[in-house]
Ligand binder design. Structure first.
Ligand code: PMP
Ligand code: GLN
Length: 394
């Protein structure tokens, strides 16, 4: 007889992540998978080679909890090169198991049960479950319209005496929005006024289009001492499976993250973090080339989607394009979840239904959208194009 397992209340409501659901369904129907933001090509050979060399150089035991010194130095140099930030690698950096762990450890290390944390919706899917596990209450501010703008008054109303932090993801998943300096200025002023911490998720910091600049909230006046900046190797170096991330900022903030990190994962895979030294030290030309490559993919995908009849929004950054599907789906398709299922089963292309990025009472806001990932080989995008081109001709 199998044991009667009683699942804990803190996780019982979570269900399965939409990324896993769509992957399983895409596989079953042999769909071209433009769902999960996982590239189907490899990163720079010198970065991959650095990991192999590390494995063969006896770098296979635990790294220090904060991360290898050389890696922390490389992260600090990267922050200075691209943002002019001066970070002390000995106490202002912690290496984590991806940005995902950094965000969770930040929430655990910086909030108490009953506190509030502000997020913008659509919201990346791990933040709110992280808060639920920490006993923290999410406060939602909605990004609206084609430019995914927030209302400064709605944001101001979301701040209360219980607000401990706000999470800002820029460039933003799933919309591709890059927060402007002015928008970040509004956020900064409120953080200062309410003595709140900003946790920024900048994993797409180098995936930018049309010359749009990425502004780091930590570099705005009054923000360096209250911003924890999180990023990772995954997107920039096309190694999403490595799960090497970091959090940088004031010593007190990094210390709070590390208090949790030391008892979650303690330390990060040594050979993979060792390769971060090579990755983060790549010349500026690498980063420029990355942007040019992704811009080509974004433009190709925008053409494909618009050609197929989607109203596709032009992203300023990230791996993703949001598109309104109403022009192409048959009448029986009523929402984004049905649309994603219909597209996989009838057209053979997988995408992500964005209602999962909204709180329950606002799911309708994602109803007519779908999210496509552009981080795929041009052949993969061409295969999707071929399938989508049959739309409306059946
Ligand atoms: N934050 C955002 C906004 C993401 O889109 C992702 C997904 N890849 C992550 C964090 C996860 O990053 P990592 O793989 O470094 O944990
Ligand atoms: N960040 C990836 C995306 O948005 C998914 C990562 C995951 O599967 N949790 O597609």
């Amino acid at each position: 007889m199998s044991a009667k397992v009683k699942i804990a209340r803190r996780v019982a409501g979570f269900g399965t992540t939409i990324f896993s659901d769509i992957n399983v369904s895409a596989q079953r129907h042999h769909a071209v998978n433009l769902g999960q933001g996982a590239p189907d090509f490899d990163g720079p050979p010198e970065v991959l080679g650095a990991a192999v060399t590390a494995v063969n150089s006896q770098l296979n035991q635990y790294a220090p909890g904060l991360g290898m010194q050389a890696v922390r130095e490389a992260i600090a140099r990267h922050a200075e090169r691209f943002y002019g930030q001066k970070i002390d690698p000995t106490c202002q950096v912690v290496v984590t198991s991806g940005a995902t762990e950094a965000v969770f450890a930040a929430i655990l290390g910086l909030t108490d049960p009953g506190d509030e944390v502000i997020v913008f919706q659509p919201v990346y899917d791990t933040y709110v479950p992280n808060m639920v596990m920490a006993g923290v209450r999410p406060r939602y501010v909605t990004l609206r319209g084609e430019a995914w703008i927030f209302d400064p008054e709605e944001l101001a109303r979301a701040f209360t005496p219980r607000t401990r932090a706000i999470i800002v993801n820029t460039p933003h998943n799933p919309t591709g929005k890059v927060y402007s300096r002015e928008e970040l200025g509004i956020i900064a002023e409120l953080c200062v006024k309410y003595d709140a911490v900003a946790i920024t998720d900048e994993v797409y910091e180098h995936i930018l289009y049309d010359g749009v600049p990425h502004t780091r909230l930590a570099t705005l006046p009054g923000m360096s001492e209250r911003t924890l900046t999180i990023s990772s190797l995954g997107k920039t170096f096309t190694v999403t499976g490595w799960k090497v991330g970091w959090a940088i900022g004031a010593e007190s903030l990094v210390n709070a993250v590390n208090q949790a990190h030391q008892f979650i994962t303690f330390a990060v895979a040594s050979p993979l973090q060792a390769a971060a030294v090579t990755a983060l030290g790549l010349p500026n030309a690498f980063f420029a080339n990355l942007q040019a490559t992704y811009q080509g993919k974004r433009d190709l995908m925008l053409d494909i989607l618009r050609g197929a009849g989607f109203r596709a929004f032009k992203p300023q950054g990230s791996y993703f394009i949001m598109a309104d599907w109403r022009g192409i789906a048959p009448g029986h398709v009523k929402d984004d979840v049905q649309f994603a299922r219909w597209l996989i089963e009838n057209v053979g292309v997988a995408c992500i239904p964005p209602s999962f990025f909204y709180q329950d009472s606002d799911k309708h806001l994602g109803k007519y959208f779908t999210r496509f990932a552009v981080c795929k080989k041009d052949e993969t995008l061409a295969a999707a194009a071929e399938r989508l081109s049959r739309l409306g001709k059946a």
